[in-house]
Design a protein around this ligand. Structure first.
Ligand SMILES: NC(=O)C1=CN([C@@H]2O[C@H](COP(=O)(O)OP(=O)(O)OC[C@H]3O[C@@H](n4cnc5c(N)ncnc54)[C@H](OP(=O)(O)O)[C@@H]3O)[C@@H](O)[C@H]2O)C=CC1
Ligand SMILES: O=C(O)CCC(=O)C(=O)O
Length: 445
């Protein structure tokens, strides 16, 4: 494979999908040498078959708002690769959703799911519908309309969606209810369900907790403890909330969080009580993070500002893609950051990654660091199949073990001659090899 050539060809075929090209470029750049050690891969045109999704489903979603107006949105499911198991990956509801973004997410998901060691293929779906500012009744009608099309393409052994940006427990429950209504079947067709109807303990916490477990592993390679460190978190949704919770439990001080309007900086640190307030504000009242600053009298920076210019030891981006650019990365490094671990998917631009790696700081990509969420989704699938529920301790222990194993694999495949652990390379090679070998074994189709 000539990675540059493959990327140029993909750019020509998919000229309007920059996020997809960005994700593919990062992976191909890391795996090129290993790929070329296996001439059989090239003979089977493995790389093209791995980069281009198995299937892209798109549909119109029509629903009625509270004023009686008929609204339309686009709906998608990108089923990227199922050699390792049923297609698996979240659903995103956000006005920025388009096919290119979902293709990048589904591509990443394939390698992430491979890293978890659980039998899951990669997929992602979503809509350009935003739940922000909508009533519960509108969100329910939208979820039902979305599922009215999607249900034909999913199933517990076929494709198992879950949450992502704009899709939390409320949306998963509405979609689950409608799937059941349409199919007359109760099955583990979605993960992230409520605990009362087949959800797994620790699934809401898993992405944030898993990222912090991964961070602890990274820090331990340099003999550093998390306790006492100052942490920047972006976002204030599912991943951010449980990242903050685990940091607090482990004695770190989190001084920022954000939403798409701006960020708060609380030099005293977000306490348990303040985190409870954020959870209530975001999950129940669906308010804005600026209200935290009003309540606790701390700094708020609006205009869509991001927290990366604040001084801290650790940064845990947990909002969205490309939220750390080169300038932000330089500011973090200049302020002495020692580790950046991605709760979000692809939050760091390629230029910013280079800044971190040139500075030899600890830097882990989302496909490794945030894999805890989908891993516990995999455990939810197992529990649904068994018709059993495991305890909080059992699931947390498994999550911990999975994150440790992913870290070990990154070290195995990513350690460079000077001893620096290139987690991007390690995660990409480890994730790729398993998928590639399974594709080779299963033939050409
Ligand atoms: N949920 C999960 O289990 C997993 C999620 N992830 C990734 O983690 C990230 C966060 O997801 P999650 O917490 O579930 O989503 P939520 O919808 O719960 O929260 C998203 C947060 O990010 C903010 N945000 C979204 N878009 C932007 C933007 N363009 N600019 C600035 N802020 C933005 C939101 O602010 P606002 O409310 O203003 O929109 C909100 O605070 C995503 O990258 C997702 O793909 C990765 C693995 C698993
Ligand atoms: O739990 C899942 O299936 C999906 C989680 C997800 O969307 C992700 O890992 O990015």
């Amino acid at each position: 494979m000539n990675a540059k050539q493959v990327i140029e060809d993909l750019e020509k075929r998919f000229p309007n999908e920059p996020a997809y090209i960005q994700a593919v470029s990062q992976v191909l750049g890391s795996i090129e040498d290993v790929y070329n050690e296996y001439p059989a891969f090239e003979k089977m045109n493995l790389i093209e078959r791995l980069c281009i999704p198995d299937r892209v489903i798109s549909f119109r979603v029509t629903w009625v708002d509270d004023r009686g107006n008929v609204q339309t949105n686009m709906g998608y499911r990108v089923q990227h690769n199922n050699v390792l198991g049923p297609y698996k990956g979240g659903i995103r509801f956000h006005e920025s959703v388009n096919l290119g973004i979902l293709k990048f997410l589904a591509f990443e998901q394939t390698f992430k799911n491979s890293l978890t060691t659980l039998p899951m293929g990669g997929a992602k779906g979503g809509s350009d519908f935003s739940p922000r500012g909508k009533s519960n009744a509108e969100v329910m009608r939208f979820c039902q309309a979305f599922m009215s099309e999607l249900y034909r393409h999913i199933g517990p052994d076929e494709d198992v969606p879950a949450g992502d940006i704009g899709v939390g427990g409320r949306e998963v429950a509405y979609m689950f209810g409608w799937y059941k209504k349409l199919t007359h079947q109760w099955s583990g067709v979605l993960t992230g369900k409520g605990l009362e109807f087949g959800g797994s303990l620790i699934r809401p916490e898993a992405t944030g907790y898993g990222n912090v477990y991964f961070l602890q592993n990274m820090l331990s390679t340099r003999g550093i403890e998390l306790a006492g460190k100052t942490v920047l978190v972006s976002g204030s949704g599912n991943v951010a909330q449980y990242t903050i919770e685990k940091c607090l439990e482990l004695g770190a001080k989190v001084v920022t969080c954000s939403d798409s309007d701006g960020y708060i900086y609380d030099p005293d640190g977000i306490t348990r009580e303040k985190l409870d307030y954020i959870m209530e504000l975001k999950n129940e009242e669906r308010g804005r993070i600026r209200e935290y600053a009003e309540k606790y009298g701390c700094k708020y920076v609006g205009g869509g500002a991001k927290p990366w210019t604040e001084k801290a030891d650790i940064a845990l981006p947990s909002a969205t893609q490309n939220e750390i650019n080169e300038e932000a990365a330089k500011a973090l490094v200049a302020n002495g950051v020692i580790a950046v671990s991605e709760g979000a998917n692809m939050p760091t631009t390629p230029e910013a990654i280079k800044v971190f790696q040139d500075a030899k700081i600890l830097y882990s990509p989302g496909k490794a660091a945030n894999a805890g969420g989908v891993a516990v989704s995999g455990l939810e699938m197992s529990q649904n199949s068994e018709r059993l529920s495991w305890t909080r301790e059992e699931v947390d222990q498994m999550l911990h073990r999975i994150m440790n194993d992913i870290h070990d694999n990154c070290v195995k495949y990513g350690t460079e001659e000077d001893g620096y652990i290139n987690y991007v390379k390690g995660a990409n090679i480890a994730g790729f090899l398993k998928v590639a070998k399974a594709m080779m074994a299963q033939g050409i189709y």
